[in-house]
Design a protein around this ligand. Structure first.
Ligand SMILES: *Cc1c(COP(=O)(O)O)cnc(C)c1O
Length: 406
């Protein structure tokens, strides 16, 4: 997508708007499959929560991806996108037994992450194959909010609880067909990931009927040119070797699973906003844009970095700006950033806006959620309309106080 394409999209669809590059999503998918090409059966389940637009799901389906889901609603989106139930893995945390049963009824592979639900589910449905989410207690992840493998984490069945886990499996006679870990986002150190994998292999030996091992995700993507990222190729080489050895010892070819979200869609996304106002104060120059943390919460929530380019004036003189939103609360996208000179009305493009961006947006300040556009084969396709006032009030029940009895 060239700057001019993005400007045209902002003009045609209005701002703010999310734009995703289909080629980038597919090339990331291909890069991951290439890195693990020596694995006999590899499966990539796209983590829907990163970006749940149905057209994105359908795009990934054209490449043979499956889905990783965390709610029954994500499962329903996947089915709507044309996925078969067996192509979907459901990895909830803290949801009710009823929801898990409902998803299992649909024929979706379930992944259970606590012993209480495991015992209840296994007692009632011993014939339904279940995957177990193990917490290897290996610290990964760049941010405490997204690091989920540590000892205080609410996720997974602790590796120290394997004896209790085995007792439940034996008592209920249930069938464990998969074992899973997801240690968090932003893996920087492959050795740490491999150490967690060893713990998973050790746990896996306890189960006789495994069909797959799911290594989760957490691949780090670059946020600026030259930024560190997970070395997928090195991971592919090392983990493939270990996995192949394990399968040989285990006595059966297992499927190797990953469930990346960010890796597949983060870099493909641009968020386009328009500068409403340039405001000089005694200490800084603010560029106030027609959006806020209601549309892109990552900078405020995680302290995430998003590169920002002034695509209306890409060759302009570099100046310092704080880019802020219009929400009535501190709403900073970027502080003291070098950006080519901004004039009111210019369009800014935020990078890495494909993952956890639209999917975490809200209507705070009663603003509409933006449109989404997919750039595919050199053409812009609208894949979600901007909301309207009707959407804002759709589910409000408006009382008429002249008629409500006292
Ligand atoms: C969020 C999540 C993922 C995806 O993580 P990324 O860092 O976006 O790749 C994978 N698996 C599970 C269980 C998740 O909750």
């Amino acid at each position: 997508m060239k700057n001019q394409d993005l400007i045209t999209i902002a003009q045609e669809f209005g701002s703010p708007v999310y734009v995703y590059d289909a080629d980038k999503i597919l090339s990331q998918y291909d890069r991951l499959t290439a890195a693990f090409s020596k694995v006999k059966t590899l499966r990539i389940n796209y983590a829907v929560k990163a970006n749940s637009n149905i057209s994105i799901l359908k795009l990934l389906r054209t490449r043979g991806a499956g889905l990783d889901t965390v709610s029954i609603q994500e499962v329903q989106l996947g089915l709507k996108a044309g996925f078969e139930p067996r192509e979907i893995l459901y990895t909830p945390n803290g949801v009710s037994l009823e929801e898990i049963e409902e998803v299992a009824d649909l024929g979706v592979q379930i992944n259970i992450d606590n012993l209480s639900i495991l015992e209840q589910f296994g007692t009632k449905h011993p014939k339904v194959p279940v995957c177990i989410r193990i917490n290897p207690h290996i610290l990964a992840g760049g941010n405490s909010k997204i690091s989920v493998g540590h000892v205080d984490s609410k996720f997974g069945v602790s590796i120290h609880q394997i004896p209790h886990l085995l007792r439940i499996v034996e008592n209920t006679g249930m069938n464990i067909n998969g074992i899973h870990m997801h240690t968090g986002s932003d893996i920087l150190d492959i050795e740490v990931f491999l150490r967690a994998s060893e713990i998973l292999f050790d746990a896996a030996k306890n189960f006789k009927d495994l069909e797959f091992i799911d290594f989760g995700s957490g691949f780090k993507v670059p946020y600026t040119p030259g930024d560190i990222e997970t070395d997928i190729e090195e991971l592919g080489e090392k983990l493939t070797r270990r996995f192949t050895d394990f399968c040989e010892d285990y006595g059966r070819e297992l499927t190797l699973l990953f469930e990346p979200g960010k890796f597949l869609v983060s870099e493909a996304g641009k968020f386009l906003v328009r500068v409403n106002v340039i405001k000089q104060t005694t200490s800084t120059v603010f560029a106030g844009v027609d959006s806020g943390f209601n549309h892109l919460i990552r900078p405020m929530f995680y302290g995430s970095h998003h590169d920002i380019h002034n695509i209306s004036n890409p060759e302009g003189k570099q100046r310092f700006y704080s880019v802020v939103g219009y929400i009535c609360e501190t709403d900073t996208f970027a502080q003291n950033r070098r950006i080519s000179e901004i004039t009111e009305g210019d369009i800014l493009a935020f990078s890495n806006a494909g993952a956890y961006s639209f999917s975490m947006s809200s209507n705070f300040n009663s603003r509409y959620r933006p449109a989404e556009v997919l750039w595919h084969n050199g053409k812009a396709h609208l894949i979600r309309e901007r909301e309207t006032f009707e959407d804002l009030i759709k589910h409000q029940v408006i009382l008429d106080f002249d008629r409500v009895e006292a």
